[in-house]
Write a protein that binds this ligand. Structure first.
Ligand SMILES: [Zn+2]
Length: 255
């Protein structure tokens, strides 16, 4: 986590009073040292490529620091390949996500909803609760809820419901994807410098060949990373909104 120079950013940047920081669990990660207190971190995205594009650099850095990072896919991207059936698309996109996760150094987990037809039902609440309770994450990264994509909104809402009803809630952050096109009205509280891992992140995102990343990655995600970098005085950054009621545990982003 970096403390940016701008007053507005500095005001909300991670402070030394954070539990992760004060315990020193992540301090030193920048020079390649490993944490002595590994945490379980879940990034929950609606489609294959959402965790990677929104959080890929941060996932790489957290995994390198020794944390157990899980990339959770709400759907397998069943409707993401025009002209290809749901099952074939799911198979292709699952393989792409698995390849991307290898590059990120994280573990993929797939849920059972269908791309383009995600639903908030009693069963959906149960499935999200079950998967979060199974892995007991210390930290969860979720889609920002104001988003043009219904699947992103539904996924985000289910994660928040688990947080809201948990007796021992996890630290909750929101990530952005294709800001201005999908994520909207997103004003970050936290920034992570991904300059040193940006190429590795891009390589992971480009595993999603079926999504033709060459046609959108640079003008959407790379531009976003450069802009967040400008806001935080580094070359490339990812940014997040920390849910302020999300336990006073500090920040896992203090890397
Ligand atoms: Zn998506």
């Amino acid at each position: 986590m970096l403390k940016a120079g701008g007053a507005a950013v500095a005001a909300v940047a991670i402070s030394g009073s954070d539990a992760f920081g004060s315990q020193g669990t992540l301090s030193g990660a920048l020079d390649g040292s490993k944490t002595t207190s590994p945490k379980t971190i879940m990034v929950i995205g609606a489609h294959p490529d959402d965790p990677e594009t929104g959080c890929g650099g941060t996932m790489i850095r957290l995994a390198k620091a020794g944390h157990n990072v899980l990339s959770v896919y709400f759907t397998r991207g069943e409707r993401g390949i025009p002209g290809t059936g749901l099952d074939d698309s799911a198979r292709i996109r699952t393989a792409e996500a698995e390849k991307a996760c290898k590059i990120l150094g994280v573990k993929p987990i797939f849920m059972s909803q269908i791309d383009g037809d995600t639903r908030i039902t009693p069963e959906a609440y149960k499935e999200m609760k079950a998967i979060i309770e199974e892995y007991k994450p210390d930290v969860v990264f979720a889609h920002w809820p104001i988003d043009s994509h219904r699947d992103h909104r539904n996924c985000s809402s289910l994660v928040f419901d688990v947080w809201q009803n948990s007796e021992n809630p996890f630290e909750l952050y929101y990530f952005e994807v294709c800001t201005g096109i999908q994520t909207m009205h997103f004003f970050p509280t936290d920034f992570v410098d991904i300059s040193e891992v940006e190429k590795q992140k891009k390589e992971a995102c480009f595993c999603h060949v079926s999504q033709e990343p060459e046609s959108w990655y640079d003008k959407e995600h790379e531009r976003m990373e450069l802009f967040r970098g400008m806001q935080s005085d580094v070359e490339y950054a990812e940014s997040f909104v920390k849910f302020h009621k999300s336990k006073a545990k500090g920040s896992v982003l203090d890397i």
